[in-house]
Design a protein around this ligand. Structure first.
Ligand code: ZN
Length: 423
């Protein structure tokens, strides 16, 4: 009876070459060629988007195979990583983890830690030792952090799928040849079951990356069937090497945690309930900032220039508005700053204009006489009450999000949030 062996890999890519998902896809191919049965969908797991060591998307891969011998698998993993990683590049520190059977509770918790906070190689080593996992590492081996976290990833609460198609090697670095009309057709036929296909605000096609990596395109969706169906609608004008459907924590908000302002720290991603404290305003760079407070403190919130129209919602907030903000926190010169991914405007404060009332006889506006009230000198009419006009607010309560082009991999689009709940 064969056991289940989990293989996790991470940090095989670099800024100029390679892609961890591609290494993962090649590993799947090599395992199949060697006669192994890959169990279920391979996993593409995004980790803390604030991690200072990340290359692009901070992605790790986990694959499960049926076997009772670890050594032949280890040889395949070593061969695939060594022939496909940019080991010369500074900051490429691949790691792989092999683990028999299902992850323990402590490994599950380690995943939540790595997706929401920063971890260290020492922590990863400790978790690996507790779980009798085998570690493979190259150079500093920082990749073991993501590799073991990917195995521990808990996707039972929420998950999505991504179909990634890879290019023939001779096309790497050239313009991707996909008929953009067909992307719009695909979006029309499958959105919101597939998402992030197109930035509707700018018209930009989002399924193709802009980097010289082996990825031709990625289609994200809620089931394996829908991403495959969507893929078949596309008109692709170059040969495709192969494609893989990954199970993923993308678009699940796994990185976010409900937190009080006093507990917020650099590099975590947070959900904060609070009240707008200062009137938002545009800076010279086109960013919008405001201060948010809760009963424990205050923090700066930012809608940066790339969030485009989203800023025009944010800038209309007023002190006293009750909101829930979602986003990654970074230490900036102005202090800890939350980079808004989403906002729930829960209630708007009423704004009023207070001015002198009109005279009931002549209809002219009265004049203020000290603290007592208002008077029309001509008609000798007196009023103690000012005229109070409610100012219409330009925004309404509700959920708002940044456009697809500014969205993080982990951030859940509102199109998927009809059944929204967070841990
Ligand atoms: Zn009058």
């Amino acid at each position: 009876m064969n056991k289940k062996l989990w293989i996790g890999i991470d940090d095989t890519d670099s800024k100029r070459y390679g892609c961890t998902t591609y290494t993962g896809a090649l590993l799947i191919q090599s395992l199949r060629e060697a006669g192994y049965n890959v169990v279920g969908y391979p996993r593409l797991v995004r980790l803390n988007p604030n991690c200072p060591y990340k290359t692009r998307g901070n992605a790790a891969i986990a694959i499960a195979v049926e076997t009772d011998k670890i050594e032949p698998i280890e040889d395949i993993v070593i061969k695939v990583i060594e022939s496909n990683s940019d080991l010369q590049a500074e900051g490429t520190d691949p790691g792989a983890v092999l683990l028999f059977e299902e992850p323990t509770q402590s490994l599950r918790e380690y995943y939540w830690h790595v997706v929401r906070d920063l971890s260290t190689i020492e922590e990863a080593e400790k978790i690996a030792a507790e779980n009798n996992a085998r570690l493979l590492r190259w150079k500093a081996g920082r990749g073991i952090i993501g590799a073991i976290a990917a195995i521990g990833a808990d996707l039972t609460l929420d998950k999505t799928y991504e179909l990634i198609a890879y290019r023939k090697r001779e096309y790497w670095g050239t313009i991707r040849l996909i008929d953009s009309e067909s992307v719009w057709e695909m979006d029309k036929a499958t959105y919101p079951l597939t998402f992030d296909n197109i930035d509707k605000e700018t018209g930009e096609i989002r399924i193709t990356p802009h980097t010289p990596c082996p990825v031709l395109l990625g289609i994200r969706g809620v089931t394996p069937n829908i991403v495959e169906e969507a893929y078949k609608i596309l008109k692709i004008l170059e040969p495709v090497e192969f494609y893989v459907i990954f199970e993923t924590n993308q678009a699940t908000d796994a990185h976010l945690q409900l937190i009080k302002i006093k507990d917020v720290k650099d590099s975590v991603s947070a959900i904060i309930d609070g009240v707008v404290k200062s009137k938002p305003s545009f800076t010279v760079g086109g960013h919008v900032f405001f201060k948010l407070e809760d009963e424990t403190g205050e923090i700066t919130c930012a809608a940066y220039e790339p969030t485009k129209k989203f800023r025009h919602i944010i800038v209309q907030l007023e002190p006293g508005d009750r909101v829930t903000v979602y986003g990654a926190v970074k230490k900036k010169p102005q202090g800890l700053t939350l980079n808004l991914e989403k906002i729930h405007i829960k209630s708007l404060t009423e704004l009023h204009l207070v001015r002198a009332p009109k005279c009931s006889v002549c209809g002219k506006r009265m004049e203020k006489i000290g603290r007592a009230g208002y008077m029309c000198r001509k008609c000798k009419v007196f009023s103690s009450e000012p005229e109070i006009i409610k100012i219409e607010r330009g925004i309404s309560p509700g959920l708002y999000e940044v456009p697809a082009s500014a969205r993080r991999h982990l951030s859940k689009p509102l199109a998927l949030t009809s059944n929204y709940k967070h841990r």
